[in-house]
Design a protein around this ligand. Sequence first.
Ligand code: DAV
Length: 373
Amino acid sequence: MAWSPDKTEVKSWNEWDTLRHVIVGRADDCHIPPEEPALDAKVPEDSDMRGQWGRRPQETIDRANELLDNFADQLRKRSVRVDRPVSIDHSQPVATPDFHTDSQFGCMPPRDVLLTVGHEMLEATMSYRCRWFEYLNYRPLLKQYWEEDPNFRHEAAPKPRLTDADYNPDYLSEKIGDAQRLEWAAEKFFVTTEEEPLFDAADVLRFGKDLVVQHGFTTNLKGIEWLRRHFPDHRVHTVNFPGDPYPIHIDATFTPLRPGLILNNPQRRLPEEQRGMFEKNGWEIVDAAQPAHNTPPPLCYSSTWLSMNVLVLDPKTVCVEKSEVYQAEQMDELGMEVVEVELRDAYAFGGGLHCCTADVYRDGDCEDYFPKQ
Ligand code: DAV
C-alpha cells in the first residue's frame, strides 16, 4: 500500500529508499557529560572537551536548534513528514543499582538510539552511562506510533548493567596515543569488554535482508550476537575499520547511497577479507571525498568525517552539509542530486545529517541485495 501522510506507519528496511517520515533531533538542554570510562576513551586526547562538563552555552543550543529547525522545514517542503523528540531534563543524574553519573547527554542524534528495521523500532542498549535513559526523549513519539499504527513493533534491548566490568581498564589511561590506539583497533581490542551485550543503533546499517554492524567502542560482539538472535530473518554481518583510532558509529565511515554503491572513508577502509559479500554481488565501494575542514567545530565529539554522514532521501537525492563542498562535488559525479543543508554549528551536539535523524518510513520492501553469500 502506498504511503499516505494522513496515516502513521512505521516501515524502513534500508538507508536509501524514498524517505517519507523521519525524526529530526533537537539540541535542547544538551550537556557535555561528566567523565566516565566509555566516554573518556572516545574523546580525542587533544580535545577541548577534556576535563569540562555541564550544560552547553545557551547561544550554542539556540544556534544548533535554528539549524535543526531549518533542516526539518527543508524536509517538510519536500513532503517528508517530520517529528521531533521531547527533551527530558538532561541535567538529571543517572543512577541505577550499579552506577551513578551526574548528568545525561541530549536528544540531537536519534540515530544513535533508535534502530528501525521494517515495522520495528528498537531502542539500543547504548554503552555510555550518561546515555542510559536517552530513549525517554523519544518515548512520546514511540507511544504515538504505537497507538496509531497497529503493526508497529516497539522493542527495547535488555538494559545493560554498565559496571566497571564493561570497560577495559587499559583504555582509562590519560595518554594512550594514536599509534597505540590504531594497533589496538587493528587487534579489535576496544574499550568495551564482552561482559554483556552492548550496541548503539548508529553502528548498524540496513541493507534489506542484511544488517551490517560495526564492532568497535560502542558495539561489542555480544551486542552483534544479540541483534542476530533478535532478527532471525536477517543476515547480520560484523565489520570493523582498523584505520579508526576512535571507532564509534559506522555512519562517518561506510555510507550506502543506493543499491550497488557505498562510500567508504579512505582512512578507514573495509579490510579485504570483509569485502566478499559486496564484491560477489557487484557492489562498488568507493573512497569518500576529503572533508572540507581540517578540524571539527569546538566541543565536538565527532571527527571531520561527518562530511560523509549524509542523509539519502531517495536513490537519486542526498542531503549533504552545506560547507562540505568536496563531498557535494563527488555526489554530483556519482549522479546524485545534492540538497545542501547547513548543519556544521550543530555537529557538537551529536553529529551530522545521518546522526540527527531516524527513519520512520521509507518506501520499498525487504529485499535481498546480496543473494550470493
Ligand atoms: O568520525 O567521529 C562520528 C559518528 C557519529 N554518529 C566520527 C564518527
